[in-house]
Design a protein around this ligand. Structure first.
Ligand SMILES: Cc1cc2nc3c(=O)[nH]c(=O)nc-3n(C[C@H](O)[C@H](O)[C@H](O)COP(=O)(O)OP(=O)(O)OC[C@H]3O[C@@H](n4cnc5c(N)ncnc54)[C@H](O)[C@@H]3O)c2cc1C
Ligand code: SF4
Ligand code: SF4
Length: 629
């Protein structure tokens, strides 16, 4: 452990009856928030350069002269493999960092061998399809043989170039993060602290001067109890923020400094997935490296994926987007319908559920790009707008922005200059703007224009943007997520919702689950092996945990808005069933069940201003534990 940090941690642990007045401070050179692929790219770049020449004077600490650079990274989750994402990636940036990388070195990884895209017809007749889409489906079914429709699925004759991941890798993000972290920590230059949420950026005169760790020994409201331990202040020359799609530190910096003109975080999706183990005797085995992308089912707007890993493990998942014009967002139930689609089911039906997870994706891309650097700080990864919705990729983009910052930091250190906005913009900003990440972001910038007019026009817009490399697109702004949750239901829908409310009252199930049943979706034939209840999935292997002594990280800003809110979408869409309805009719949050997917942040139907909903999502500890996700 670095000397300065050790001293501070020791003092902290010795303190008895500590109070605000003895909040400890430690000085480091670089403080990092979050450990995902973006931070992996940043720290790997620093470590590789240091390993090449540990005597390089650029790597001498300014805060602890004579010692190497003091670099600390704090991760909220209880272990470094808690990520959620089945990943197919071109891995351009990742391979450049590890030229000798062999897929077999990373558990669950494989080279991409087969890529296919399917349009899924609705075999049940329950999805919300427009008249036009139903007509197109009918035509496909009529010309089924000629069109090549099989298992209620139409395979696109080719994978458009912009979606191709040939030469790429299939990964489990949890396993990949763990593999990367072990190499970084082996160097001795960097410490990574899991289970340590960062609660705030320290901001003075529009500069970020470090971070504050979350207080411990507090009640759910944050009020100190007898074991109170105020979170340490980590003063840093540079703060690197890689806190992902719904990160609290990024949000706080956005609030303090504002967003660049015309930019806003508007688009998200909830990615939910199962990891399934197939038996050796599987009737229809899948070759490791198989990559399928789907659209059309369970709802037209819900995209799906199937990735086959080695050792008969398969990741299957869906993305429920914030632009879906419907309040029913029961991703878990939708995922169960997705895996039962005949195309998917015939391959996985004999399998056993090994793991499960959900996480938000920030899909605003360039339109949601915040200030990527400023005095004393830089933003990398998905929270900095790097995810590309056109190519369906975020991992390699996040990694590469981290690498770009790493190279820039080394350049600044070697020049002996400070980490000012100007110096970071000249190095990191310039590298990012000149790179393939930026070109991709420009091509994808208007790719979603069209979805505000429905699925078909949205798909046309995406295809145009992809095939013309962003030169042609259907422009237009997607409504804010909370607008998509509302709407004036027709007579039939009002009756259906009443029926659903009745069913929910009778058997106590969540209202949107009942709504799907009332809309004609068949009940799930639970088998206790692959099709298990949401509650069972949450309990599987005790994978959802929360360390005691931290404050709640999901807060309802204005209870009066909740009292007046008819939708209560926060309850129905919660991935962990951590938000329930209290006896007083107000939503109640249970930290112990929260999987930190972040979807409540953008699934509340009531805005408090033009930008934020009635839910505040802060930094918290705990969540899912699964290295396979
Ligand atoms: C189901 C699913 C499937 C996906 N499939 C693909 C795919 O096939 N290909 C692809 O390229 N991308 C895919 N993605 C997207 C990809 O996972 C993300 O783009 C990528 O993980 C972004 O990396 P990041 O490092 O920016 O953020 P993250 O991976 O989100 O990492 C950020 C880290 O910061 C931590 N953190 C947040 N706040 C704090 C705090 N206050 N204090 C401390 N730590 C904090 C978080 O716990 C997290 O570990 C998928 C995503 C999902 C959910
Ligand atoms: S948090 Fe939002 S969606 Fe939930 S009850 Fe309150 S206002 Fe309604
Ligand atoms: S309360 Fe937790 S599990 Fe539920 S939606 Fe919010 S972050 Fe996800």
């Amino acid at each position: 452990m670095n000397a300065g940090v050790e001293a501070a941690m020791h003092a902290l642990s010795q303190a008895d009856g500590v109070g605000e007045d003895i909040r400890q401070t430690v000085n480091v050179d670089i403080a990092c928030v979050g450990f995902g692929p973006a931070m992996g790219g940043f720290l790997t770049t620093l470590v590789n350069a240091w390993n090449e020449n540990p005597a390089d004077p650029a790597f001498e600490s300014s805060v602890a002269p004579g010692l190497p650079l003091q670099v600390l990274c704090y991760e909220r989750a209880d272990d470094l493999a808690a990520a959620v994402s089945g990943v197919v990636t071109r891995a351009r940036g990742i391979r450049a960092s590890f030229p000798d990388l062999k897929p077999e070195d990373i558990p669950m990884s494989a080279p991409v061998r087969q890529e296919r895209i399917f349009y899924l017809l609705d075999p049940i007749g329950a999805s919300r399809r427009t008249f036009g889409l139903r007509a197109a489906d009918a035509a496909l079914r009529s010309f089924g043989r000629i069109a090549g429709v099989k298992d209620h699925a139409f395979e696109l004759p080719w994978t458009p170039g912009f979606l191709h991941k040939s030469g790429g890798l299939l990964l489990s993000l949890g396993q990949f993060n763990q593999w990367v972290a072990s190499q970084i920590m082996a160097s001795g230059l960097v410490q990574i602290w899991p289970g340590t949420p960062v609660s705030d950026p320290l901001i003075a005169d529009c500069a970020v001067t470090g971070i504050r760790l979350a207080d411990q020994g507090v009640d759910k409201r944050g009020t100190p109890s007898e074991n109170y331990m105020p979170g340490m202040d980590v003063q840093a020359r540079l703060t690197v923020v890689g806190d992902g799609p719904v990160g609290a530190i990024g949000q706080r910096i956005d609030s303090a400094l504002g967003m660049p003109k015309g930019h806003a975080h508007r688009e998200w999706a909830l990615g939910m997935k199962f990891v399934i183990e197939l038996p050796e005797s599987a009737e229809h085995p899948l070759e490791p490296g198989t990559v399928w992308h789907t659209l059309g089912f369970p709802e037209p707007e819900i995209f799906g994926f199937l990735y086959a890993h080695p050792d008969r493990l398969v990741s299957v998942g869906i993305f429920v987007p914030s632009w879906m014009h419907d309040p029913a967002r029961t991703s878990y139930r939708y995922l169960q319908h997705f895996i039962q689609h005949p195309l998917v089911w015939r391959h996985i039906k004999e399998g056993t559920l090994r793991s499960w997870g959900a996480k938000s994706l920030e899909e605003s891309g360039r339109q949601g790009e915040p200030w990527i650097c400023g005095n004393g700080f830089a933003r990398i990864g998905e929270g900095s707008g790097s995810t590309n919705v056109l190519t369906n990729s975020g991992v390699d983009e996040a990694w590469t922005t981290g690498v770009q910052l790493g190279e820039s930091v080394i350049e600044i250190l070697r020049s002996g200059k400070p980490f000012t906005e100007g110096n970071l913009a000249e190095t990191y900003g310039a590298r990012r703007r000149a790179s393939w990440v930026e070109r991709g972001a420009q091509e994808a910038e208007h790719a979603r224009g069209g979805f505000q007019h429905g699925f078909t026009r949205g798909m046309i817009g995406m295809a145009l943007a992809g095939l013309s490399r962003g030169r042609i697109a259907l422009h237009g702004e997607l409504p804010a997520p909370w607008m998509q949750l509302r709407g004036t239901p027709g007579k039939k829908e009002i009756l259906t919702r009443r029926m659903a409310a009745q069913v929910a009252m009778e058997d106590g199930r969540p209202i949107h689950d009942a709504l799907l049943t009332a809309r004609g979706w068949p009940e799930i034939p639970f088998d206790g092996r692959l099709l298990v209840t949401h509650q069972d999935a949450l309990l599987m292997g005790g994978k959802v945990q929360a360390t005691p002594g931290f404050a709640d990280h999901v807060l309802f800003r204005d209870p009066r808005l909740c009292a007046a809110c008819e939708d209560k979408t926060c309850v129905a869409m919660c991935s962990g069933q951590a938000i329930t309805l209290g006896a007083d009719g107000l939503p109640v949050f249970e930290r112990e069940k929260c999987i930190h997917c972040g979807a409540c942040l953008w699934n509340c139907s009531q805005p408090v201003d033009g930008e934020h909903t009635n839910i505040e999502f802060r930094a918290g500890s705990g969540g899912l534990h699964s290295a396979e996700n």
